[in-house]
Design a protein around this ligand. Structure first.
Ligand code: 13P
Ligand code: 13P
Ligand code: MG
Ligand code: MG
Length: 371
């Protein structure tokens, strides 16, 4: 059976700053999706990661399906009304346009979707991250789908021996989707060359070369490209199908034990390590640290079984402690050097006005030359 999985997520307001949505907000979104999605959706799962609310939906309408996108948009409008009534912070933060026009691309919410023929057993992982941006998944995907040191399946599974195709997007290009397709293993160094710059080049999808089927889909939107100013971080969602033609679930999860440094945290302007957290975790230290959650499911005829929380295991407690240490170490150097994002990433913030004023005060010292 051909099934579409759609995840549409937005920050529409949160309690106590950029921490977490209220229970009532979540319940309102959940009820809207259930009531208005009847006859359109097969199944759904509404969850929060930090201050972001994600709606996972299964249906048979294909990607960019107007009624499905409209349903999510209107669910977020209903949630925003609650956020306003409760005085939540940043009510409607990610809803950047007034009128819905066909799909939510370019309207603020992040979208990631996949249409595929269900396998007899169909496990998948739904990742949601807060206080970071879509390039946060570059390193985990490079390791899981390109590196035999991480993924022994690349050696051990004949189904994976041909490797994977990476579709990488230049997210600075705003006039349309500028993409490049590269294949691992032969293009691995080219893939590395692009993915090392996660603020510009972002993995959009990954495909099995042997089966021609899609394994990964990442939401790639950059809010400042829509709003023209800093409105919040582009907290990304990702779907990963696992096992058989694809890496095992544990191979997909392993890279998250690194706690790699990503863009995000406090005012979207810092580099901090990303912490794998349990489902429905909130945000705290320095408006962070950046967090990623992972809900695993199986799916049959579009019906979801799960979630099982992939990061709710004693192993990840140790990782979380390690990431907390890394986060505190980085914070000790405040705004200096690598702690803060480079200037080109701050150009949508108020710091540009400050620099423009200082620019006027600069003078070139005239040197006395030796005769
Ligand atoms: P398969 O059953 O897909 O071969 O999985 C084995 C496995 O996941 C070991 O990590
Ligand atoms: P969000 O993008 O999650 O709203 O975070 C905003 C922020 O920068 C908090 O410091
Ligand atoms: Mg927020
Ligand atoms: Mg957020």
């Amino acid at each position: 059976m051909k099934i579409t999985m759609s995840v549409i997520k937005a920050d529409i307001g949160s309690v106590g700053g950029h921490i977490a949505p209220s229970e009532k907000l979540l319940e309102t979104v959940r009820k809207h999706v259930q009531d208005k999605g009847r006859g359109m959706l097969i199944d759904s799962y509404v969850s929060s990661t930090g201050d972001d609310v994600a709606i996972l939906m299964t249906h048979t309408g294909g990607v960019d399906n107007a009624p499905v996108h409209k349903l999510a948009w209107e669910a977020f409008l209903a949630g925003t009304a609650v956020a306003k009534a409760q005085g939540l912070y940043g009510a409607g933060q990610d809803l950047l346009k007034d009128a819905f026009s066909g799909n939510v691309h370019g309207m603020g919410p992040a979208v990631t979707e996949m249409e595929f023929e269900e396998r007899p057993g169909e496990p998948f992982l739904f990742f949601a991250a807060d206080k970071t941006d879509p390039g946060a998944y570059n390193l985990p995907l490079y390791l899981a789908f390109g590196d035999a040191m991480n993924t022994p399946g690349l050696m051990l599974s004949p189904k994976m021996a041909k490797g994977f195709k990476f579709v990488i997007m230049d997210v600075n290009h705003t006039e349309g989707d500028r993409i490049i397709e590269l294949s691992a293993p032969e293009d691995l160094y080219d893939i590395a060359t692009l993915l090392r710059d996660p603020e510009r080049f972002v993995v959009e999808s990954v495909w099995s070369r042997a089966a021609g089927t899609q394994a990964v889909s990442v939401a790639t939107s950059r809010l400042h490209n829509i709003a023209g100013k800093y409105t919040g971080k582009d907290d990304p969602v990702m779907l990963v199908r696992s096992q058989m033609d694809f890496p095992a679930t544990g191979e997909v999860l392993q890279p998250f034990a690194i706690g790699h440094f990503v863009a995000g945290c406090m005012r979207g302007s810092h580099n901090m390590p990303i912490m794998p957290v349990k489902l429905n975790s909130t945000i705290s230290y320095f408006d962070g640290p950046p967090v990623v959650s992972c809900a695993t499911f199986c799916i049959r005829d579009g019906r979801l079984t799960g979630p099982v929380d992939a990061f709710d295991h004693p192993f990840w407690d140790r990782v979380r402690d390690h990431v907390a240490d890394k986060a505190m170490d980085m914070r000790r150097q405040g705004f200096f050097g690598a702690a803060m994002l480079p200037m080109n990433e701050l150009e949508y913030t108020g710091i540009m006005e400050k620099l423009a004023v200082l620019e006027q005060k600069f003078a070139v010292r005239t040197m006395k030359r030796a005769a």
